[in-house]
Design a protein around this ligand. Structure first.
Ligand code: SF4
Ligand code: SF4
Length: 183
């Protein structure tokens, strides 16, 4: 009996005092995704890789808004959103206590304004995506005036850009042909 007590004392305390003491998690633990809307550019990359469909994004052309949403009730803590996010707006935290008393508390939501095309006036992307692309150019060393001069291009939708390019090519060909006729 005495031997048994000695062994127990030697082994120490095998259990933890949780929830009376905080519980340490292992390095690399994947807990609740933490989302920072100020960092998010509403690019939708995370929503397209989320295997559990916990992340969704909807675009409302009528109100000119894009709505991002995370439903924690579906999240499987795989971390794919963190891997793909270009701005680290979503990262997995060490938080694992997710119980809530209202279902509404399992949602994380954010709303973004859409950028209207300068030509056709249709919303086509999030304003923040445009600002982010321009900020990247400035960061890469292009001077501020040159970046600002590119703004009309960034604020034109892909369809209108394609039409403008076709028109430019046509004009170029016509001026080239008329140049040859006058030789
Ligand atoms: S951790 Fe996985 S399941 Fe959860 S939101 Fe991110 S991609 Fe979706
Ligand atoms: S990938 Fe990142 S920046 Fe893009 S929508 Fe998701 S959280 Fe926002």
């Amino acid at each position: 009996m005495f031997k048994l007590f000695k062994t127990i004392l030697k082994a120490g305390e095998p259990t933890v005092k949780y929830p009376f003491k905080p519980m340490d998690v292992a390095p690399g633990f994947r807990g609740k995704p933490h989302y920072d809307a100020t960092q998010c550019i509403a690019c939708a990359a995370c929503t397209s890789v989320c295997p559990a469909n916990a992340l969704t994004m909807e675009t409302d052309l009528a109100s000119g808004e894009r709505r991002w949403q995370l439903f924690l009730g579906r999240c499987i803590f795989c971390g794919r959103c963190e891997e793909i996010c270009p701005t680290r707006a979503i990262v997995l935290s060490e938080e694992f206590e997710l119980a809530v008393t209202r279902k509404a508390d399992l949602y994380v939501k954010a709303t973004f304004h859409l950028q209207e095309c300068r030509v056709c006036h249709q919303p086509f992307t999030a304003k923040k995506s445009v600002d982010y692309t321009m900020a990247l150019l400035a960061h890469s060393g292009l001077d501020a005036d040159a970046v600002e001069a590119l703004r009309p291009k960034f604020e034109t939708c892909p369809d209108c850009k394609r039409r403008q390019n076709l028109q430019n090519n046509r004009d170029l060909r016509l001026s080239h042909d008329s140049g040859r006729e006058h030789q």
